[in-house]
Ligand binder design. Structure first.
Ligand code: 3H9
Length: 698
């Protein structure tokens, strides 16, 4: 079948698109649709149905064509041709009608959809705005506020909500979409229904005063700090109110191009593909068999274990939560119940659904209850000996073929696997806290992990809504290994002259979701403290590095949970305020370790922290711990609050140019010593060759 086909079904012309996997609007598709509409204009058809083959209606412009020279006909031109058709064009939607795909539907005169369909304009997630009339047509149909929410949020709407907003005209509960769309087209012809062109709708300016847009801009300045596209979307929707359609389309076009050429969009498009690429394991056949995961056991009902359990229950997979005794078990189940209650309170889940999900989580204090589960995830205390004991026990009770996973953040998965007689079934599944919310899952391949176990883990991640990234075994895997150096530089900047708020503000202004010291307070300063206690003097490194952090813990300042850490916290609101007592500790420790405090520019703080990440990332890449630079970016954006608009640490370094990064790292080495700042060999090599991390293949 050709990419776009046209045929007559009695008096209805049918344009069908068949461009797997998601019917993206490639040059060929645009050309095909334009020609089909032209053909339908001159034949005996009385109405035209536009529908797609495969799993979805058009999922948008073809992102792989972005950044390449444009080919005619352009999407806006194609849509003008559809809108201008003298015969009604009816879009028939199934799957996800997104971006340029939904804009195509909006340029049609009527839209019908399966009840399961979803429609949306996710361009903002690519650092873009809808560039084919979406910002002009949605407010005309659904009103300005709904348009602002839909387009700046980027999340798709279910068909019934879209119908309520006037974006869809007819919904089919089930049955054959094309047959029903043809009937609907005949009905419209019989009624002599008017050609409903969205451009003919005028928006009452009274419904959208200038203050509405100003308020929205301010809200977005906080929610999407420093991002261009959300602000431009507001301007486009404002233009839909204040300008005639064609002028509004021009405004949209101009701002779309500006977004498309921005480094922010390049970064976010990089992430779109990196995220999908990360799910692919090099050297693993696409048809590697996967094991069925119908039931799961989780060992440890603490915050982590409970959060992990929720992921499976949310995906309809029954879980047995194992604890040492009944008290601990009831505490764990209680935390889960509380988390669900909060979600219900926020209106994100119904009471009934929350009950259904919780009914999938059972408890036990007996290992034998894990005998038949397909997967066990161990989430006990971060101690290698305890973990080994757990795995030895699992080896005796679990059925053959069960996957035995550890949720360790640091421990050696090979050593854990060696505690069993089936190391091929052992894998690391490193969830991020809060585990029911954070998208990232590091899948840790141990030396003997079987291919089928890796393939199962990668697939399972998708089932439970996670973004998987494969990591090799090393201390801290990809994310936490790099974080150590980021944290080290934050500590040293503090000692050398910064205040906690200067560091956190500099990093937040740069785009990080939170500053490193505020994150420390949130996680609890005692965690790092305890981990450091377990290290030898040689492993601890320079004693000045964590002098402030250690002192704060010894003063009982454990972070938010004790009401004070790097900051003071209001017990009611948790609002933080700077604390002069912390500065005293910093000054005392600086004096003790002979560090002369000085003034810092924000740029130096950012460079020290981010380049420490990049330098370690380069080592991780060269060692093969990460499969590709994009995987490291995905880890940082989805697990550590790294700004998507900067594309992840490795993309950011590539975008600056590795020569510049290398030279700065060398400058830091000369200034602060080779112990912390020896440039990674790969960084040095690529900087010399004019290469990039993205293009480097091991
Ligand atoms: C736009 O439309 C701009 C216009 O406003 C203006 C223009 C002037 N193009 O995600 P999956 C590939 S901007 C090219 O794993 P799922 C994807 O890379 C666009 N390729 O499947 C993957 O390839 P591979 C606005 C695309 O079922 C394969 O399809 N639209 C595109 O989990 C399967 O993807 C969007 O932002 C594309 N547009 O989810 C929608 N989309 O197999 C982006 C996907 O080689 N897409 N691919 O790795 C999505 O959100 C999801 O792909 C979708 C399916 C929900 C559709």
């Amino acid at each position: 079948m050709s990419i776009v086909s046209y045929e007559l079904n009695g008096d209805i012309g049918i344009v069908r698109i068949n461009n797997p996997p998601v019917n993206a609007l490639s040059h060929q598709v645009r050309k095909g649709i334009t020609e089909a509409i032209e053909a339908a204009g001159t034949d005996t058809s009385r109405a035209i149905v536009l529908a797609c083959e495969g799993r979805t209606f058009i999922a948008g412009a073809d992102i792989t064509e972005f950044g390449k020279p444009p080919q005619s006909s352009s999407l806006p031109d194609m849509l003008l041709a559809i809108e201008a058709s003298a015969k009604p064009v009816i879009a028939a939607l199934h799957g996800t009608a997104l971006g340029g795909g939904f804009e195509t539907a909006l340029a049609c005169h009527y839209r019908c959809a399966m009840a399961t369909a979803r429609v949306g304009l996710p361009e903002v997630k690519l650092g873009l705005l809808p560039g084919a009339g979406g910002t002009q047509r949605v407010p005309r149909l659904a009103g300005v506020e709904a348009a602002l929410d839909l387009i700046t949020g980027g999340n798709p709407l279910p068909a019934d909500t879209a119908t309520r907003l006037g974006l869809v005209d007819r919904v089919f509960a089930d049955g054959d979409l094309l047959a029903q769309a043809i009937d609907y087209a005949r009905e419209l012809v019989a009624e002599d229904a008017p050609l409903k062109r969205v451009r003919d709708i005028n928006i009452d300016p009274q419904t959208a005063p200038a203050e509405l847009f100003e308020g929205y801009r301010k809200k977005l300045a906080k929610r999407a700090r420093g991002q261009l596209a959300p602000q431009h979307i507001v301007s486009c929707i404002e233009a839909a109110v204040t300008q005639p359609m064609d002028a509004g389309l021009q405004t949209e076009r101009q701002l779309f191009i500006e977004c498309m050429q921005s480094p922010q969009s390049a970064a976010m498009r990089h992430l779109f593909f990196a995220e999908r690429e990360a799910a692919k394991v090099r050297g693993l056949d696409r048809d590697t068999p996967v094991r069925g995961i119908r039931t799961v056991g989780i060992i440890g009902g603490g915050t982590m274990g409970g959060g992990i359990a929720m992921n499976f229950a949310n995906a309809g997979i029954p879980v047995t939560l194992l604890e040492l005794d009944d008290d601990a078990l009831q505490r764990g189940l209680g935390i889960i119940a509380k988390n669900y209650a909060t979600t219900v309170k926020k209106g994100k889940l119904t009471e009934a659904e929350s009950g259904r999900r919780q009914s999938l989580i059972g408890g036990s204090t007996d290992y034998r209850d894990l005998a038949e589960v397909d997967l066990v995830i161990e989430a006990v205390f971060e101690n290698l000996d305890i973990k080994k004991q757990v795995f030895t026990k699992l080896d005796t009770v679990c059925k053959p073929g069960a996957i035995l996973a550890t949720n360790t953040s640091y421990q050696n998965v090979d050593a854990i696997a060696a505690a069993t007689a089936r190391p091929q079934d052992v894998i690391g599944l490193h969830f991020f806290s809060p585990a029911n919310i954070m998208k990232l899952l590091e899948v840790v391949r141990a030396e003997k992990t079987a291919a089928t176990v890796i393939a199962t883990a990668m697939k399972l991640a998708k089932t439970i809504g996670k973004i998987p990234v494969l990591s090799g075994v090393c201390y801290g895997f990809i994310g936490n290994r790099m974080l150590r150096y980021y944290g080290r530089e934050a500590q040293l900047c503090l000692l050398e002259g910064c205040t906690p708020e200067q560091i956190d503000t500099a990093m937040q202004n740069w785009g990080m979701a939170m500053g490193p010291l505020a994150v420390g307070d949130l996680a609890g300063l005692d965690i790092g403290y305890k981990a450091r206690q377990g290290l030898s003097e040689a492993e601890k490194g320079d004693p000045k590095t964590y002098a402030v952090a250690d002192m704060l813990v010894e003063m009982g300042r454990l972070g938010q949970k004790s009401g004070a850490g790097y900051y003071q916290y209001d017990p009611e609101t948790r609002a933080r305020t700077p604390d002069p007592a912390v500065l005293e500790v910093v000054e005392q420790q600086a004096a003790k370790h002979g560090v002369k405090r000085r003034l810092f520019e924000d740029e130096e703080i950012v460079n020290r922290l981010i380049f420490a990440l990049v330098n370690e990332g380069a080592k991780i890449l060269e060692e093969g711990i990460a499969q590709r630079a994009g995987d490291i970016d995905v880890v940082y954006v989805y697990g550590y609050g790294f700004p998507a608009a900067r594309g992840g640490p490795m993309h950011y370094a590539d975008s600056l140019g590795l020569k510049q990064v290398y030279e700065t790292v060398c400058k830091f080495r000369d200034q602060y010593g080779a112990e912390n700042w020896e440039p990674a060999p790969l960084l040095e090599r690529l900087a010399g060759e004019g290469g990039t991390f993205a293009a480097w293949q091991k």
